[in-house]
Design a protein around this ligand. Structure first.
Ligand code: GLC
Ligand code: GLC
Length: 668
């Protein structure tokens, strides 16, 4: 029997819904007694846990069954896999550590916890930041000082020596890279950090494995079962057919999306690097196997799972093989399984694609949170042009999210910057999208006269003219150039740009995510070019080793721009946490009447917060009449400087100033 409060199924025509419901009910009727037999001892040992499992399974069942039969119902062995998936889900729930079950209960009681203004994220590479997991634990006081509540550790599982795409080629989802530590240390770290209010975020690199993963090795040995885990072709017929409509992701590393393996005399689908083998999710065995890996990671204490490269996981001949409907079904099925076996865990989508497609992954039933690549790209766009029209226009129509979800707003990450805005949004603002992207690339790689930026081009494709940009935040914002020419005024402007950008991601709504290193404004590091394994990949220019002696030296040195950035950022983070209006997603974008001023209003918790940011290196004003309409009241305070203003006269913002304005009566 399906319990009354089942959550139903999506994606089916009404006429089919009934049939799928009947099939779901009958399937569970058949499967449940078998599960009860298999797990009889566990159920007797922990009856409450078993009941919780049954309740959650019945609640999710119709949806999960509907998704899986939609994906795999046509396979002769569908029922076998279905039963295995249920068994894996039950086993994982029963094995889930008590502290995580307690956390699940807390998260279920407050399901929108991640929308809080108290949330602040950071991300780092364990090896570059502290060397080992042990070292990272010792830095807990540092993360707390910064105010982090979310820490994304870059891929730390076993991966090939040499080039592993920064760990994004995973050889085992169950063993930590021995240079960093062990899986036990990871679980201990997760627990300890959680006790201090910091949620652990890890990647689920599920589009591909490394060619050294056991499954890939077995495929290389000719094991037919594992050959079917990947896309292997004896000749160019299928690769050529697919490539007619595929985009190249890493064109300077290799042409096309396939790699010839002489040892097995086959072409392998490799969307990214040649050692990253795409998994074939059309095979239910792959879905089942990856479900088990995902649940294992969940039980090691991860609270937010970053779903890597979501766009690419399903292939259809004749399409670009990105954002296919089945990709969504796969993620929704993972989501449904998670609700049963690790209900406190969230998914974060990493879809660096067209803004419409980014949005398509975000829902409580798919990925509850998502990177916001559009905001990221357009903040840099506005910094280059000094105009906010494209940013403002795009945010008005594209910032809003469904209930129960949130953006992860970032300025830099370990990846490049791609100019992902919508072409029609650009045309609406009389901007030629192609020419504009080319300008932005030129500007940020320092080929545009007068540019303050010092970026490096990434994957410039001579055939299509496409390019992306690498570079550390501070170098892109002008600090590198200014320091080199020892220009105090330019240094000041660069620091202001850096703080303004952070003031925006800290207040716009969603989880701000700091790429650690940026809190000190660290600059590009060019030594990657002489490393055999890195030279081809300019993203290493902004993947920096933390120099703790330097950090400690300048931290309290107000004469250092880096020290100043750090002190101010710590202050801004603390300030964010005190603004109830920053809770949640509701942001109202404001017509500031000045093309250099970006403005928005946040409401909530009895507070109205009006944010204004000046994207130009000259002072700018907002008219008094607009201020009376949008401003927080007759008399108001900028929370960042504590300066008091009235709407009697125009409001003046200094170069690159960002204000957080609150009515004076509301300031305690
Ligand atoms: C994601 C990662 C990127 C990696 C790619 C392949 O986009 O962020 O660094 O190269 O996936 O896993
Ligand atoms: C492509 C992918 C994105 C990945 C990036 C790596 O843009 O869409 O997922 O992060 O390549 O540079």
């Amino acid at each position: 029997m399906i319990c009354e409060n089942g959550i139903g199924i999506e994606g089916y025509k009404m006429t089919d819904v009934k049939q799928v419901q009947q099939q779901a009910a009958l399937s569970l009727e058949r499967l449940w007694p078998r599960l009860e037999i298999t797990f009889r001892d566990d159920a007797n040992a922990a009856p409450a846990d078993w009941c919780a499992f049954e309740r959650r399974l019945r609640h999710e069942w119709e949806r999960l069954f509907g998704l899986l039969i939609g994906l795999y119902g046509g396979q002769y062995d569908f029922f076998y896999h279905l039963e295995e998936i249920l068994g894996a889900t039950a086993r994982s729930w029963l094995a889930r550590p008590t502290w995580l079950k307690q956390l699940d209960a807390r998260r279920e009681a407050a399901p929108t916890w991640f929308q809080s203004q108290l949330m602040v994220g950071g991300m780092c590479y364990v090896d570059l930041f502290t060397g080992t997991l042990h070292g990272l634990r010792d830095r807990l006081p540092y993360f707390k000082k910064l105010g982090l509540t979310y820490l994304h550790l870059m891929p730390l599982f076993e991966s090939p020596e040499g080039n592993s795409d920064g760990g994004y080629a995973v050889s085992s989802y169950r063993r930590v890279n021995p240079r960093l530590g062990t899986i036990e240390e990871l679980a201990e770290l997760a627990h300890e950090f959680q006790e201090h209010g910091i949620s652990l975020v890890l990647d689920f690199v599920f589009n591909h494995t490394s060619d050294e993963h056991e499954w890939a090795r077995r495929a290389q040995d000719g094991d037919h079962e594992y050959e079917r885990f990947y896309f292997l072709f004896p000749d160019r017929t299928m690769p050529d057919a697919y490539e007619r409509t595929l985009r190249e992701i890493f064109p300077i590393v290799r042409h096309g999306s396939f790699t010839w393996r002489e040892d097995i005399r086959k072409w392998v689908w490799t969307t990214f690097n040649s050692f990253q083998w795409d998994l074939n999710y059309a095979n239910p065995a792959v879905f089942r196997a990856m479900t088990e890996e995902m649940l294992f990671i969940a039980n090691s204490g991860v609270e937010i799972l970053r779903l890597d490269a979501v766009a690419f996981i399903w292939k259809h001949l004749g399409t670009n093989c990105e954002n296919q409907p089945e990709a969504h079904q796969i993620i929704q099925a993972f989501n449904s399984i998670t609700r049963i076996a690790a209900p406190g865990m969230l998914f974060k989508s990493e879809a660096i694609v067209h803004p419409d497609d980014v949005l398509s992954y975000i829902s409580p039933r798919e990925c509850q949170i998502s990177y916001n690549p559009l905001l990221m790209a357009l903040l840099w766009e506005s910094l280059a042009t000094r105009e906010v029209k494209l940013l403002d226009h795009s945010m008005r129509s594209r910032f809003r999210l469904p209930q129960g979800t949130a953006w992860v707003n970032f300025l830099r990450s370990h990846d490049d910057i791609g100019w992902t805005f919508d072409d029609n949004d650009a045309r609406w603002e009389w901007i030629d999208p192609v020419g504009h992207r080319s300008f932005l690339n030129q500007f940020y790689i320092g080929r545009f006269a007068g540019s303050f930026a010092r970026g490096v081009s990434f994957q410039e494709n001579p055939t299509t003219g496409d390019a992306r940009v690498s570079g550390a935040l501070a170098s892109l914002a002008g600090l590198e150039q200014a320091i080199q020419v020892a220009d105090e005024q330019q240094i000041e402007l660069a620091v202001r740009r850096i703080l303004m950008l952070h003031s925006i991601i800290l207040s716009i709504g969603g989880i701000p995510l700091i790429y650690l290193g940026d809190e000190f404004g660290t600059l590009n590091e060019y030594s990657f070019a002489s490393d055999l394994y890195k030279a081809d990949d300019s993203r290493w220019v902004h993947r920096l080793k933390a120099d703790w002696a330097w950090r400690e030296r300048i931290e309290n040195d107000p004469s250092s721009p880096h020290g100043h950035i750090f002190t101010q950022l710590v202050r801004l983070i603390a300030l964010r946490k005190q603004q109830p209006a920053i809770y949640g997603n509701e942001t109202e974008f404001v017509e500031t009447g000045n093309g250099h001023l970006f403005g928005y209003i946040r409401h909530g918790g009895g507070q109205r917060l009006f944010v204004l940011a000046n994207f130009s290196e000259h002072p700018q004003e907002m008219d008094a009449d607009r201020l009376r309409v949008y401003g927080p009241g007759f008399s108001f305070t900028d929370m960042i400087t504590s300066h008091i203003f009235t709407s009697e006269r125009p409001l003046r913002l200094e170069p690159y100033q960002c204000m957080w304005l609150v009515a004076r009566s509301a300031v305690s």
